[in-house]
Structures are given as structure tokens and as C-alpha cells.
Design a binder for this molecule. Structure first.
Ligand code: AMP
Ligand code: ZN
Length: 107
């Protein structure tokens, strides 16, 4: 998707620092953090949301990415969130998992 901001970030277009990168996903800090630490784990392949995901293997990999972010940043306690659909608060229509830790304000 050429006009998708997360496709661009995941493709390295903005030289965003990645906390973790594999061939399948990247993890980077949320631009508008809702906790002391707020990271997004984002597949490199575009899916509008969890509803469009047709590859369950990638789900396991993304959760593995959450664990890797936690290990990398030394997070012992954290919350993971996936917003699916506008009414649930999804704003960016490229599947992503929020990782939140410390003074969580909610997403
Ligand atoms: P959601 O509401 O679940 O779709 O979450 C989208 C998240 O993406 C929000 O927390 C935004 O702050 C974050 N976001 C939007 N644009 C960017 C960006 N360019 N870089 C990093 N995070 C972003
Ligand atoms: Zn995308």
C-alpha cells in the first residue's frame, strides 16, 4: 500500500529507529505515547486490520515480537492492545500491536 504510513515506516522510508526488526515485522515507538513506554509491533506486510489477516503464523511471530520488545527494553509488566475497526478506536489501518508500560493512559 503506497500511501500507508506504517508500510512506509516498516519499509524504512523515514529511517525510523527500530527496537526490533525481523524479516516479518518491525517495532518502533509510538509518536504520541499513551504510557511511559509505548511501542508498536507492525508486520511488514500490509493488513488493514486483524480482520483481514489470513496468516495465523504471523500472529505468533508478532507476539514473539512483543516479547522481544519487552526483553529489549527491560519491561517486566506491560499491556498489549490490538484495536480492530474504527468503533474500537483503530486510527491507522495497518495491523499493529500496542505495547504499553508504565503510567498507562489507555489506547
Ligand atoms: P490505533 O488507534 O490502534 O490505530 O493506533 C495508532 C497509533 O499509531 C496511535 O497510537 C498513534 O499515536 C500512532 N501513530 C500514528 N502515526 C504514527 C507515526 N508516524 N509514527 C509512530 N506512531 C504513529
Ligand atoms: Zn500498510
Amino acid at each position: 500500500m503506497t500511501d500507508c504510513i506504517f508500510c512506509k515506516i516498516a519499509g524504512g522510508e523515514f529511517n525510523t529507529p527500530f527496537i526490533v526488526e525481523t524479516e516479518d515485522y518491525v517495532a518502533f515507538r509510538d509518536i504520541n505515547p499513551k504510557a511511559d513506554t509505548h511501542v508498536l509491533v507492525v508486520p511488514k506486510k500490509h493488513y488493514d486490520s486483524l480482520n483481514e489477516l489470513d496468516d495465523e503464523i504471523i500472529l505468533g511471530k508478532l507476539l514473539g515480537g512483543v516479547k522481544r520488545v519487552a526483553a529489549e527494553l527491560g519491561l517486566k509488566s506491560y499491556k498489549t492492545v490490538i484495536n480492530t475497526g474504527k468503533d474500537a478506536g483503530q486510527e491507522v489501518f495497518h495491523l499493529h500491536i500496542h505495547v504499553l508500560s508504565g503510567n498507562i493512559k489507555g489506547v
